[in-house]
Design a protein around this ligand. Structure first.
Ligand code: BGP
Length: 501
């Protein structure tokens, strides 16, 4: 497949990057913020550092925004910390409001559009102590109060809002992301928690439309497209099952305001009866989203499962290649390594085409505009002897993903912007500073607290040129882009090495 012309990105396309409060801010006990459950969890993830300092964005935000401006950003996607804004039940923290006001003003002054996530994994400890977090419907009013406080204080300048980051992943990877804490039967209880999250999402959507003039809001599914391993019909259905159980159930709910037939039948078969009360579905239906924000890093491969055993997913926790354990769910699906693409040290498939696939899939199903809020390359990195980072692998990754996003736009999909993960290095969800994603290096490690100075990586300069040309200057001749065909090259390479299908 060759393309004679490069894809054309719309005028006013949002070029930016992404972060989340608990992963970038640090200052967890400063400025009136109280602790979040994720602070405590991050303290137990040794040998990785915790989030008490992270990238220290709380103290470096002006410098960070100046760097974004230098890179040419027109958007920045970040999250608010709930416990910085509401540190105790019913209490609004003026210092927290002031911090985000300053950050927003700095961004707007630099010509950068803020795109704000309301909830990105950081449940305040007080909500957990009072109600058991997501387990209790009382959280719905607390979340509503928090969201309304945000809309009231920042809605004059923030017009793009995101409700809950990767609700699907929080349910699918409940242990990893801490949501299953306190559950005795996660297999069943997750659907109650999920329903409560849906109600919180719906409240946020409704309040945003009510309170923010010209405000738009959408959810943030974590999207991992599932390719069938072969054209065996059973593999196709297994891939579809995987797609349903890891993402489509959620997307359908957000868009149609109803639980789809697949999940209802799954509940029936497994004797699951979520606590859905009168009025809940009306509320959910009333919450009409304006767009989808999409996190898309990688793809997976689905195939018919072995029905004799259950294997839960085993994430690669230390960045040693080959440690990822693929899921096998009897009666539903199994996942597998895709030998046609390469992987990161954490065994994440590197697959730019998955970006185009995701955009096409979502557009075909929902016909809503989309904005990319995450995609990125996690790597072990440190400064070389010249104080530089030559991250060609990240440039290749970004080029591949952005090019494919452009192709999706050429295919007719409506895309508002691209915000890769992440701008500066920040704390990985489970791997501290050992897994870096930034366009800008932050000088600190898990073992040693250094000066936290910012260093622009090669990817920063590459992205700066791409933005300046509105997605035309790739640093490579894209009209004869051999890399685009690299999946078949890898396949023939594997064949030459004797790897069988
Ligand atoms: C997404 C999360 C981010 C971020 C990213 C990378 O799912 O929304 O918060 O952490 O994944 O994941 P990790 O840090 O585990 O490599």
């Amino acid at each position: 497949m060759k393309y004679k012309t490069n894809p054309v990105f719309p005028k006013n396309f949002f070029w930016g990057a992404s972060s989340a409060a608990w992963q970038v801010e640090g200052a967890t006990l400063e400025g009136g913020r109280t602790q979040a459950i994720i602070d405590l969890n991050s303290q137990t993830k040794k040998p990785f550092t915790d989030n008490s300092i992270a990238a220290d964005h709380y103290h470096h935000y002006k410098e960070d925004v100046a760097l974004m401006k230098e890179c040419g950003f027109t958007s920045y996607r970040f999250s608010f910390s709930w416990s910085r804004i509401i540190p105790q039940k019913g209490v609004i923290n003026p210092e927290g409001i002031a911090f985000y006001n300053n950050l927003i003003d700095e961004l707007v002054g630099a010509g950068i559009t803020p795109i704000v996530t309301l909830y990105h994994y950081d449940m305040p400890c007080w909500v957990d102590e009072l109600y058991g977090g997501w387990h209790n419907r009382a959280i719905i009013d607390e979340f509503d109060f928090y969201c309304r406080t945000c809309f009231e204080n920042f809605g004059d300048r923030v017009k793009y809002w995101l409700s809950i980051n990767e609700q699907n992943m929080q349910i699918v990877y409940g242990d990893w992301l801490g949501v299953s804490k306190g559950c005795t039967d996660w297999f069943k209880e997750k659907w109650d928690i999920n329903h409560i999250m849906n109600l919180c999402h719906a409240k946020a959507v409704i309040a945003c439309h009510e309170m923010v003039e010209g405000g738009k809001i959408g959810p943030v599914p974590g999207y991992v497209p599932i390719y069938p391993k072969s054209c065996k019909p059973e593999d196709q259905i297994a891939a579809m099952n995987a797609e349903e159980l890891t993402q489509k159930i959620w997307d359908d709910l957000y868009y149609f305001g109803e639980y789809n037939g697949f999940v209802k039948s799954y509940w029936r078969e497994h004797d699951i009866t979520p606590d859905i009360r009168e009025g809940d579905m009306e509320l959910i239906k009333q919450a009409k989203i304006d767009f989808f924000a999409i996190n898309c890093y990688r793809s997976d491969v689905g195939m018919a499962p072995d029905n004799t055993y259950l294997q839960e997913i085993g994430l690669n926790k230390y960045g040693r290649k080959g440690e990822f354990v693929y899921t096998n769910i009897p009666g539903e699906y199994a996942l597998d390594r895709n030998k046609y693409v390469e992987t990161t040290d954490w065994d994440w498939h590197i697959d730019g085409t998955c970006m185009r696939y995701t955009m096409r899939y979502m557009w075909d199903h929902y016909h809503l505009p989309m904005v990319i809020t995450e995609a990125g390359f996690g790597a072990h990195e440190d400064l070389d002897e010249n104080g530089e980072i030559h991250d060609d692998y990240r440039i290749d990754y970004l080029r591949d993903y952005i090019y494919n996003l452009g192709l999706a736009i050429s295919d007719g999909v409506e895309v508002m912007g691209f915000n890769p993960w992440s701008f500066t290095d920040l704390l990985s969800t489970g791997n501290g500073m050992a897994k870096r994603y930034g366009l800008v290096f932050v000088n600190t490690t898990d073992d040693e607290l250094r000066d936290l100075k910012r260093y622009k990586k090669d990817s920063f300069y590459w992205y700066q040129k791409l933005i300046k040309s509105n997605g035309q200057e790739w640093g490579k001749d894209m009209s004869d882009w051999k890399d685009f065909n690299r999946t078949s090259e890898i396949a023939s390479d594997l064949k030459a090495k004797g790897v069988k299908d």
